[in-house]
Design a protein around this ligand. Structure first.
Ligand code: ATP
Ligand code: MG
Ligand code: MG
Ligand code: MG
Length: 482
């Protein structure tokens, strides 16, 4: 079943059950606590917090999401994209736990002939919050799941709140067992590669007065109107229903891997250590190309402030990964149109605006190629110095300087050094990186405490970024708002 069909089935299922079909909001959304929309509920936040009254009692959407926090997972796990689409159904003070569970079960296990997704009920496992006996009982009664397949977990895994006073509540997550070929038996608590999380149901039932941490907060009592917020990973369902190994092999993503194979002349999925490394690079390329396409389509341009920097990093990482695959010519003109063709049916705007999108992307590649050229000159100098001094190694200082001053990525330095028969003082490099990070941390600490709690801060930290203007602006805004 292709991704478009799964999307259609999801929306149809909930539309038939009285849900308003709401189009995806753009990735750049008016929410200063976020870099990009990262969940289906984001555009509905004002309805959940009570700031605004929802114009409908129930809604459904397929929301474009970008999660920069997941960037390091890409290509290594089977299930994380920087861009992905979240299917959701939402109740604003209308139906609650029983109906949310009933709908989810019916859609997941309903036969494909009758509009369902057709998963074998025997492969479904769920988790609930340890204290949520109600949800556990509903799963047993509605779905007939045995106790073993209703696993209980703590607040860290199965409780949702926004990190600030407001609505919160337990979650229940749905997993599909991919079978023994993918890992150990025993359910998602034991192995999350084998048991793939596809859907998170959030039961917003209480109001929090103080939030100290994800698992440390005070509650005021039940919300007068309880809400449902769910998120199903469209790509995850697609990878299961298309019977492929991972998210990067679904219909909307794989054509870019195939193009990378043609361009590099290397095989995908050939096994062995080198093969695995190439596979990860190709998956990174396919993921990042798609995210870049969707981000530029929604108005992001490469730059040095927070959002632009994420895009810049995605594009540069693509170019760099292709270099490591042996492709030194410009790659974006080869890859971006392939992604456009894979995404265009679902998002006509990437076709309509392709000239503008391509101009921005190709310009960034040109600029990065110039950086690489300058960096290469500095690198060559460092090599001849080392050789003259008869040292088998490039110093950590040189590697750091290349990285810090010339934006020359360390893995490229490593690779090029080894081509010259030299190693790199990686410990020295790491020490200098750490010193830089410590300086950044001390700098961040000296700023107001409120900063540390925002999602933006976490995202930027995960990217290894030091605070800069864009970050300051965002944090200031969110402080004013909070
Ligand atoms: P995981 O534990 O696998 O990282 P999550 O618990 O962080 O997922 P949620 O925040 O619960 O994910 O988001 C709801 C759903 O969105 C998930 O159940 C999953 O199907 C999907 N999803 C989340 N992150 C990603 C991602 N990076 N790529 C693709 N799908 C995702
Ligand atoms: Mg996650
Ligand atoms: Mg999870
Ligand atoms: Mg989850």
């Amino acid at each position: 079943m292709n991704t478009a069909e799964i999307r259609r089935r999801f929306l149809d299922y909930f539309a038939t059950r009285g849900h308003e079909v709401v189009p995806s909001a753009p990735l750049l959304y008016n929410d200063p606590t976020l870099l990009f929309v990262n969940a289906g509920m984001v555009p509905f936040k004002p309805y959940f917090t009570g700031a605004e009254t929802a114009p409908f009692d129930r809604a459904t959407s397929v929301q474009k999401c970008v999660r920069t926090l997941d960037i390091e997972e890409v290509g290594k796990t089977t299930r994380h994209g920087t861009f992905f689409q979240m299917n959701g159904n939402f109740s604003f003070g209308d139906y609650f736990k029983a109906e949310a569970i009933r709908y989810a079960w019916e859609l997941v296990t309903g036969s494909q002939d009758a509009g369902g997704l057709g998963f074998d009920p025997e492969r479904v496992w769920v988790t609930v919050l340890h204290s949520d006996d109600e949800a556990a009982a509903l799963w047993a009664n509605i779905a007939g799941l045995p106790a073993e397949r209703i696993q209980r977990r703590g607040l860290l895994d199965n409780y949702w709140h926004m990190g600030i006073p407001g609505p919160g509540g337990p979650c229940s997550e749905i997993y599909i067992d991919r079978g023994p070929a993918y890992g150990r038996d025993g359910g998602p608590v034991v192995d999350e590669d084998r048991f793939l999380e596809i859907w998170n149901l959030v039961f917003m039932q209480e109001e929090l007065s103080t939030v100290r941490a994800k698992d440390d907060f005070d509650t005021l009592g039940d919300l007068p109107r309880k809400n449902i917020d769910t998120g199903m990973g469209l790509e995850r369902v697609a990878l299961l229903l298309q019977d492929v190994d991972n998210l990067y092999e679904i219909d909307q993503v794989f054509p870019v891997i195939q193009r990378a194979v043609e361009l590099s002349g290397r095989r995908y999925g050939r096994g062995g250590d080198d093969g695995r490394q190439d596979d990860v690079r190709m998956r990174v390329v396919a993921d990042h190309i798609r995210s870049s396409l969707m981000l530029i389509a929604d108005g992001v341009t490469p730059g040095n402030e927070a959002r632009g920097y994420v895009l810049r990093r995605l594009l540069r990482r693509t170019v760099r990964s292709m270099r490591l695959l042996g492709v030194h010519d410009p790659v974006l003109p080869e890859l971006l149109p392939v992604s456009r063709d894979a995404m265009g049916a679902a998002y006509p705007e990437v076709v309509e605006n392709f000239d503008r999108i391509a101009g921005i992307a190709y310009g960034e590649e040109d600029a990065f190629r110039r950086t690489l050229t300058t960096g290469t000159q500095i690198f060559d100098l460092a090599v001849s110095d080392a050789k003259t001094a008869q040292q088998p190694q490039l110093s950590g200082e040189r590697a750091f300087q290349l990285h810090d001053t010339y934006g020359f990525p360390i893995d490229l330095t490593l690779e090029m050094a080894s081509e010259q028969g030299l190693s790199v003082d990686a410990d020295g490099f790491r020490r200098l990186m750490q010193e830089q990070r410590d300086r950044a941390k001390a700098d961040a600490k000296s700023k107001k405490a409120g900063a540390a709690s925002t999602e933006v801060y976490r995202e930027l930290r995960a990217l290894g970024l030091t605070p800069f203007t864009g970050y300051e602006e965002l944090v200031t805004e969110s402080r004013v708002r909070g």
